[in-house]
Design a protein around this ligand. Structure first.
Ligand code: NOJ
Length: 531
């Protein structure tokens, strides 16, 4: 059954993190060749689109989110012609392609920044945020802004004569200088980059750190209650209106923003009809495993999106956050960067049970659903990576590393590297993943992989799951129940006791076995209703 309306309104979008998907050339790092030879996994899973995390030439100071050239591919991942081949092969398999564009900053190895550093009089200097320091000798940073990873946001340059020079702004690492979005060259360049990838058949663009682009040029301090100097400045919307014009000049393209924003109204501004098509739902991702909070989050999400006519998105994990099997197995089940729960006790069995139920929730709410690679295998966060193997620049600044959710996928076999590579993977895989390989789970009806395959197949086939809305059904305390159309319902039991199912004609799928016909705790069921 095909969905009404454009694909991006209710697609299942699978995030490929190329370093960790599959390694085709035996160097321990995933690459395009590996992705091409495992495309059948994504076709079997039934996803509608792939979002590819950055694959461009990069010194990898931030795992590729420090881009040196947006029009090429890093040699560790392959070549531009291999990328083009992957796009065609994905299309032939019925899978659309979304690439990741990082507009807030470039790599310090980008030609613009190299020219800007080499000569204080270079015109490229204006494309970034170079400023003199404060204090008599200019040796104090222009502001005390704290970076998005923690840490400072300015680095001092050295002039060609060897004397200390201006400082440049970087909201992330010093290897990621921020662009000056007030400059027309920056705007024109990115519009051209969008066209470059749209011309290569790419169906969508994921926009990194989408709310950060503009800075208050008076460089005020961050003061509670005053407008933030670099979060969500109004000027950013002009950029996305221009990008929307570019994407609208191609058929069926989508812009998807990474917008971390606690205020839902400000979040929804990015989704006005002439701006982005969709944005990631971090409210849902960070929500506790709690029936009232979850229900309120779903309502908040749907209300905010309805107001601007945009589809909601449902996201449980990505390459930046603790994997949700681990999150849901902790006593505190929320996620936030500020509240570091690393190393706190995890009940993986409970986390897995909840993750299975969450899969049926996220795949049956109205809107698009994102699946982060490995979540379909039930992978958990690897919290046991030796410190000397950690690569994430966040670790030094915040004491939390995102590497634990970026560990290479287990494909087959009984021990690492589990078919990921013929070499040692760039990050170590837990030996316990031998039960979580694609090979081990295929054909096992109780596996996470078969649950995802069945759920995504049903999602396509069930008319109700293409209805644009949901309606809450009455449920016992701690139970979330909703209908999609007249014939489909999802029931999620977040209470501590088994509950009877509402009247139904048949059970389509459950995340864990029923208990004498009742729905056990931390279990979801998809039902065909009697109509
Ligand atoms: C958000 C990305 O998802 C993250 O991985 C990256 O470190 C920052 N933006 C900076 O580009």
């Amino acid at each position: 059954m095909s969905a009404p309306g454009p694909w991006w309104r209710d697609a299942v979008i699978y995030q490929v993190y190329p370093r960790s998907f599959a390694d085709g050339d035996g160097d321990g790092i995933g690459d395009i060749d590996g992705i091409r030879s495992h495309l059948s996994h994504l076709a079997d899973l039934g996803v509608d689109a792939i979002w590819m995390s950055p694959w461009y030439p990069s010194p990898m100071a931030d795992a590729g989110y420090d881009v040196a050239d947006f029009r090429d591919i890093d040699p560790a991942f392959g070549t531009l012609s291999e990328a083009e081949a992957l796009i065609s092969e994905a299309h032939a398999a019925g899978i659309r392609m979304i690439v990741d564009i990082v507009p807030n900053h470039l790599s310090s190895e980008h030609v613009w920044f190299k020219k800007a550093l080499a000569d204080p009089a270079a015109p490229e200097r204006e494309l970034f945020w170079f400023r003199p320091g404060r204090g008599e000798h200019g040796d104090e940073m222009p502001t005390d802004w704290v970076g998005e990873f923690g840490g400072t946001t300015w680095t001092r340059t050295t002039d060609p004569d060897g004397t200390p020079g201006d400082w440049y702004l970087h909201l992330f690492t010093p290897e990621q200088p921020d662009l000056n979005w007030e400059h027309p060259t920056v705007r024109a360049e990115f519009e051209d980059i969008l066209r470059f990838w749209f011309d290569r058949g790419v169906d969508g663009i994921r926009i990194d750190s989408a709310a950060l682009l503009f800075k208050d040029r008076t460089l005020p301090a961050v003061v509670e209650g005053r407008p933030h100097p670099f979060h969500d400045l109004d000027e950013v919307h002009d950029v996305y209106r221009a990008w929307r014009r570019v994407s609208d000049s191609y058929p069926d393209r989508a812009l998807i923003g990474e917008v971390w924003m606690p205020e839902v109204e400000r979040f929804a501004n990015y989704l006005r009809p002439d701006e982005l098509h969709a944005a990631f739902n971090f409210d849902f991702l960070g929500c506790a495993w709690d029936p009232e909070l979850m229900r309120a989050c779903i309502d908040r999400t749907l209300d905010a999106h309805r107001a601007v006519g945009a589809p909601a998105t449902w996201v449980l994990s990505n390459h930046d956050v603790t994997r949700h099997v681990t999150r849901y197995g902790r006593t505190t089940t929320t996620f936030s960067f500020e509240n570091n729960l690393d190393g706190t006790p995890v009940d993986l069995e409970l986390g897995t049970r909840r993750a299975r139920a969450a899969a049926l929730l996220s795949l049956s709410l109205p809107g698009a659903t994102y699946v982060y690679q490995g979540e379909e295998l039930g992978l958990w966060e690897n919290e046991n990576i030796p410190v000397d193997r950690l690569q994430d620049p966040m670790y030094a600044r915040r004491g939390h590393s995102r590497d634990g959710c970026r560990v290479p996928l287990p494909w087959s076999g009984d021990e690492p590297p589990f078919g990921f590579s013929t070499a040692e993977p760039w990050l170590p895989q837990p030996a316990e993943w031998k039960d979580r390989t694609v090979q081990a789970q295929t054909g096992d009806p109780s596996s996470m992989l078969e649950l995802y395959r069945s759920a995504i197949a049903l999602r396509r086939a069930e008319g109700g799951l293409h209805e644009p809305h949901m309606t809450w059904l009455p449920g016992a305390p701690g139970v979330l129940a909703y209908a999609r159309g007249a014939a489909f319902a999802c029931v999620l039991n977040m209470s501590p006791a088994a509950v009877p199912l509402p009247a139904h004609r048949s059970v389509l799928l459950t995340s864990s076995p029923l208990d004498g016909g009742d729905l056990p705790p931390d279990t979801a069921a998809w039902l065909r209703l009697a109509t």
